[in-house]
Design a protein around this ligand. Structure first.
Ligand SMILES: Cc1cc2nc3c(=O)[nH]c(=O)nc-3n(C[C@H](O)[C@H](O)[C@H](O)COP(=O)(O)OP(=O)(O)OC[C@H]3O[C@@H](n4cnc5c(N)ncnc54)[C@H](O)[C@@H]3O)c2cc1C
Length: 483
């Protein structure tokens, strides 16, 4: 794509420095997708600012040229959010990677948006603190991306998703205006504008600074690995643990296909290959309370059908269990060239029946479908391994995905737990929201970005759907294109 205004590249260089602007074909190729590899769009240019001032100058240059832009962190997003559709400028925040302040009394950190999630927790550990949102991509993904996607992770069950950990934001709007939202002290009166920005997928502005809550590291942690004959009995154990009143830090299920992929990969953790599923349960808190809780979880897992329950003896063993879980998506690279990581939520009481139906959908379409998921939150990740060069398989992958989402909504769930909508699910929004709901969201968006130059083409449906009067009812039918 040609830049609409040839002076824009020069203005971008003036804004952020000559070495901060990428515009050659081979450089732009790297930015044509995020981790949803079958949704692509080549940007016209990529700029890597170091500071908020540079972001303001970049955004103003885009405004003068009438060019849209999209903020990007590490590009680990799984819903196509960080892709510049139809050209436009990518504002890559990787160089804005400084932890500006850690205050152990206020228990906050002030960071630039390109700080890597795991690096923030490492920096806070000296003060006995950590940043609780822990996506499985935490070694790479950035705080800016976490804020934009309202990311979760295995420990969301106890600590909540990113929105509960963001106190204040600096946001650069599409016209270059710089806003400060929220306060370090929290509990801001008035409209919750920080809450509006968290999860807005880069459509309201560029987050250039975040003040986030830090959480005390727990005194003790215990991690259990329970082996089950099938996923349904593992789900039964999750229900039993939650019903017992315990509040585990994490309850994660890994199914048989995923175990096979993990054990054949560098993430191998010694999981039993004949298991139908394993449940990783983590408990944290005061050391004195944990021994009893471990025994309760062990008993509940056993009475739900676990053939074996191991308790990690030390930190190395705990990391081994987690390596299997957090490396699962990477390990699936062995199964096929492409992986479609789905993300939907159902009430956890519905997990067994929904999972059974999801597996039946995968079988019906002749697909390799595996499951590794945040069971405690009912947050499913049905993963489809496929080869996008096979057009017929690609069609079946998309059709199965659509059925899975409709199924989850019918079960009382939602179409994304943590990966966002992006371009992946925008046309499924009418499953959850009425036209009036969507108009209200559009008006909120317009208050921040009336010209729709900030990450356009995401979140909102591109297609008009004929949804039955209750959009949660039965599904949808695509009837016409709505530009
Ligand atoms: C292996 C793997 C495991 C994952 N596990 C999890 C998980 O457990 N939980 C989970 O929630 N997600 C998970 N994800 C998805 C992804 O890592 C998260 O969504 C993450 O927060 C994205 O961060 P990022 O820096 O890569 O953002 P990007 O992918 O670069 O961007 C994501 C979105 O954020 C916007 N954005 C980025 N930076 C800014 C900014 N400064 N200002 C405004 N908008 C911005 C972009 O425009 C885009 O819409 C996983 C992904 C992978 C590949």
């Amino acid at each position: 794509m040609q830049l609409p205004d040839p002076r824009l590249l020069d203005e971008l260089r003036a804004a952020a420095g000559a070495d901060a602007v990428l515009s050659r074909e081979e450089e732009l190729f790297v930015y044509e997708c995020d981790a949803l590899t079958h949704h692509t769009g080549r940007p016209a240019a990529v700029v890597l600012p170091h500071s908020s001032d540079e972001v303001v100058a970049i955004v103003r240059a885009c405004a003068r040229a009438g060019v849209p832009f999209v903020a990007r962190g590490a590009g680990t997003g799984l819903s196509g959010g960080a892709v510049a559709l139809g050209g436009g400028v990518v504002i890559e925040c990787a160089r804005m990677n400084r932890v500006l302040e850690i205050d152990p009394v206020d228990r906050v950190a002030v960071v630039q948006p390109g700080v890597v999630n795991a690096d923030l927790s490492k920096a806070a550990a000296a003060d006995g603190l950590f940043f609780a949102p822990d996506p499985s991509s935490q070694q790479a993904c950035t705080v800016g991306g976490n804020v934009a996607e309202n990311s979760g992770g295995p420990h969301t069950l106890k600590y909540g998703s990113t929105t509960g950990h963001v106190l204040a934001l600096e946001l650069v709007l599409a016209d270059g205006e710089r806003l400060r939202l929220g306060s370090r002290a929290g509990g801001d009166p008035g409209y919750d504008l920080v809450g509006a920005v968290v999860g807005s997928e880069g459509t309201l502005g560029v987050v250039t600074e975040a003040t986030v809550r830090l959480t005390p590291l727990p005194e003790a942690v215990e991690t259990l690995l329970a082996v089950f004959p099938d996923v349904v009995s593992a789900c039964r154990a999750v229900a039993a643990v939650i019903r017992s009143g315990l509040v585990p830090a994490a309850l994660e299920i890994v199914d048989q296909r995923t175990i096979a992929a993990v054990e054949a990969s560098v993430y191998a953790a010694g999981l039993p290959l004949d298991a139908g599923a394993v449940l990783i349960a983590e408990l944290d808190g005061a050391a004195v309370a944990l021994a009893r809780q471990v025994e309760r979880v062990r008993a509940l897992a056993s009475s739900s059908g676990a053939s074996r329950v191991e308790v990690a003896r030390d930190a190395a063993e705990r990391q081994r269990f987690w390596r299997a879980r957090k490396g699962a998506f990477g390990a699936m690279g062995r199964m096929a060239p492409d992986l479609y990581v789905h993300d939907a939520v159902v009430p956890r009481s519905k997990l067994p029946e929904v999972l059974e139906e999801i597996c039946a959908i995968g079988d019906r379409y002749g697909l390799k479908l595996s499951n590794v998921f945040h069971a405690g939150d009912g947050n499913l990740h049905p993963n489809i391994s496929f080869d996008r060069r096979d057009a017929d398989e690609m069609k079946r992958v998309l059709a199965a995905g659509a059925e899975i989402l409709a199924l989850c909504v019918r079960a009382g769930g939602v179409i994304s737990g943590e990966h966002g909508i992006g371009t992946e699910k925008q046309d499924f929004m009418p499953l959850l929201f009425t036209p009036d709901d969507l108009d209200a969201m559009r008006r909120l968006r317009a208050a921040f970005d009336p010209g729709r130059r900030c990450n356009p083409g995401k979140v909102f449906p591109t297609t008009r759907f004929c949804v039955e009067s209750n959009p949660k009812a039965r599904g949808y039918e695509r009837v016409s294109f709505d530009a």
